[in-house]
Ligand binder design. Structure first.
Ligand SMILES: Nc1nc2c(c(=O)[nH]1)N[C@H]1C(S)=C(S)[C@@H](COP(=O)(O)O)O[C@H]1N2
Ligand SMILES: [Mo]
Length: 240
């Protein structure tokens, strides 16, 4: 403990060296863990297990995206075990399988993806079920006014007002770049909120709960704005 405090007092450079060392451990761990050998995504997943603070996000992905997770390891889910639970202030609580979601009306949006860290991927197609359709299926009841999203990584969460959630450019996404969403990108199902910064687009989506007021999400509790609008995005809720 005393040693940690002494290191801490030496400031940021030590922290960064320690972090790079941990990334090295991540790469070494990959060699010893064949299950994680899934190419670049596997490397990023292994590295992130030693990088809860986001340095992994500085590693460029060939597609322009960067891998983000606030936890080290996230279970893999597919048609055999994926479930999306819709509850809270609704008339009919629902649980959707991947097959259920695929059978519902689909929408496709091509929009630029933008992270608050500064990277951007232009004209990225996402497709899936409009969130408004899922909300109508469950039936929002009074005093429902906001949505809380939870994830099967066990840690991340996000929020939207009901008005934002009903926009046509907000979806429960099943595909990204016209391919099923990979595990690294939050598959098999992630939220996609096209008009807002990408942190609003919760990966590994597992829960949609209607609440009476906005419950700030994971990053929002740590200083991010609950208002995640991209500059120039259509801010006229309900017109989309
Ligand atoms: N479950 C979960 N969702 C998340 C995050 C996360 O750490 N965990 N990070 C957010 C942030 S800050 C960004 S920029 C994008 C990154 O998505 P990507 O890893 O597919 O590039 O996911 C968002 N959704
Ligand atoms: Mo981000």
């Amino acid at each position: 403990m005393a040693e940690e405090e002494k290191r801490g007092s030496e400031g940021a450079p030590m922290g960064r060296r320690a972090m790079l060392g941990m990334l090295g451990l991540g790469a070494a761990g990959l060699v010893a863990a064949p299950r994680l050998q899934r190419g670049w995504e596997g490397f990023l997943a292994a590295a992130s297990q030693h990088d809860a603070t986001g340095l992994t996000g500085l590693l460029p992905d060939p597609g322009g995206f960067r891998y983000y997770s606030v936890v080290g390891s996230v279970p893999h889910k597919d048609e055999t075990d994926y479930a999306l639970r819709v509850g809270g202030l609704v008339e009919r609580a629902r649980t959707y399988t991947l097959a259920d979601l695929r059978a519902m009306p689909q929408t496709r949006i091509v929009h630029d993806v933008q992270c608050t860290d500064g990277w951007r991927v232009e004209r990225t197609p996402f497709a899936g079920v409009p969130l408004a359709h899922i909300l109508d299926d469950a039936g929002v009841r009074s005093p429902g006014a906001a949505i809380r999203f939870t994830c099967f990584d066990g840690a991340y969460s996000e929020s939207l007002t009901l008005e934002q959630a009903r926009r046509a450019d907000v979806m429960v996404a099943l595909s990204m770049q016209d391919k099923p969403i990979t595990h690294a990108h939050g598959g098999p199902v992630r939220l996609y909120v096209a008009p807002m910064y990408f942190y609003k687009s919760a990966k590994w989506l597992s829960g949609i709960s209607v609440t009476d007021k906005v419950v700030p999400g994971y990053w929002e509790e740590r200083g991010y704005a609950v208002d995640g609008w991209l500059d120039g995005a259509d801010r006229h809720d309900g017109e989309a």
